[in-house]
Design a binder for this molecule. Structure first.
Ligand code: IPM
Ligand code: MG
Length: 382
């Protein structure tokens, strides 16, 4: 019995030491990178697995088209495939990680996340690892349905909560498994500030914090408490406090949901709520996602890698809309606001208004390449 406890204690000690070191690192990294001051902006392009390379290639073409003659340089980063990751036994192979770190921003296709029982070793998700390695603490996910009055932006904390140690839980013995949830002052404050700063710039009046602080008292309680502290620095912006269960219900209520503007929430609730939210807009395939840190930023499709589409020879029919939406956010983030607006406008026309080509995921619809051409032609006509 004592052995079991000692082994668990040692593991727990390691975890605490790692988290203490992470907090110190966060304290050191104060300022955001200024893209305006760079001579060139290096954009890494990671295809990922499954349909990833096919859809990422289309977003890449559009970005190259929009950034012709600008100070942007593209860098293809191969090897972030499930086969390579399984072979190295690592969420991100070392050579891929150092390539990523040589870029300023990254455009990333979906990567397969193994789970127990798969044909792959149960390694950590590449998304989660990348967010942690590059300290991409703010996962920003906008969802808009203008006809329904929905205009939401989610600020999901991206490096802590139940994800921080998601692959470092402890099997105490055959009977007991334990996972950990981590909330830090620094980590909560930076995501809360990101949400409030965004609200201020966008002229919004309300930020909604979503937790389960009535039950998960320590970690969620801390998150909520820090959001309340940060809110004091933003007079004129109200902080709303909701629990995740009732919030998932209220998002379905057509009257109440139009009142929400900006959300700030811990990692796991953010993961769940943003999938629900994206569904109102047409599904996760239509939403883009930005992962923002102080030094790096990564922009990705929010759907999975759909290996079955590849097995059935349908990769070229995969829908590139989510990763093109992510590209809008990338352009905006590195300072090309006008180009971002143009791409967003063209995408709205192609997806919702004119719909001259429709991607169905099968040969009944357009290929991703045809759709990307359609988007570029639409940009030219704006
Ligand atoms: C997301 C995804 C990831 C997550 C998976 C693939 C690990 O669902 O980006 O929302 O849980 O964060
Ligand atoms: Mg998710």
């Amino acid at each position: 019995m004592n052995d079991i406890i000692k082994t668990a204690q040692d593991k727990f000690e390691q975890i605490i030491l790692q988290q203490l070191a992470r907090v110190e690192k966060m304290k050191e990294d104060k300022d955001f990178i200024d893209y305006g001051k760079l001579d060139k902006i290096v954009i890494g392009v990671v295809g990922g697995d499954g349909i990833g390379p096919a859809i990422t290639q289309q977003a890449h073409r559009i970005l190259e088209f929009l950034l012709q003659g600008e100070k942007a340089e593209f860098k293809a980063i191969d090897g972030c495939t499930i086969e390579r990751r399984a072979e190295c036994g690592k969420a991100i192979p070392d050579d891929v990680l150092s390539e990523l770190k040589s870029c300023h921003v990254i455009l990333k296709g979906p990567t397969t996340t193994p789970r127990a029982g798969d044909k792959w070793p149960n390694i950590e998700s590449a998304n989660v690892a990348m967010r942690k390695e590059l300290d991409l603490f703010a996962n920003v996910r906008p969802v808009k349905v203008p006809s329904e009055g929905i205009d939401w932006t989610f600020f999901r904390e991206n490096t802590e909560g139940s994800y921080a140690l998601g692959s470092k839980g402890i099997h105490i013995n055959d009977d007991i498994a334990m996972d950990f949830c981590v909330t830090t002052t620094e980590g909560s404050e930076r995501i809360a500030r990101a949400a409030f700063e965004y609200a201020k710039k966008a002229g919004k009046t309300k930020v909604t914090c979503v937790t389960k602080a009535n039950v998960i008292k320590t970690t969620d309680g801390k998150f909520l408490n820090i959001c309340q502290q940060v809110a004091k620095d933003y007079p004129g912006i109200e902080l709303d406090d909701w629990y995740i269960d009732i919030m998932t219900a209220k998002l379905v209520d057509p009257k109440r949901r139009t009142q929400f503007q900006i959300f700030v929430l811990p990692n796991l609730y953010g993961d769940i709520l943003t999938d629900e939210a994206a569904e109102f807009q047409g599904g996760v395939g239509t939403a883009g996602s930005a992962n923002i840190g102080k030094k790096y930023a990564m922009f990705e499709a929010i759907h999975g890698s759909a290996p079955r589409m590849v097995e059935e020879g349908r990769a070229k029919y995969a829908d590139p809309c989510s990763i093109i939406r992510a590209s809008v956010m990338l352009l905006e983030h590195i300072g090309y606001t006008e180009k971002a607006k143009k791409l967003e406008r063209a995408l709205d026309i192609c997806m919702y208004e004119e719909k001259r080509l429709v991607v169905t995921g099968r040969d009944t619809g357009a290929t991703g390449a045809q759709f990307a051409d359609y988007v570029m032609d639409t940009i030219k006509s704006l």
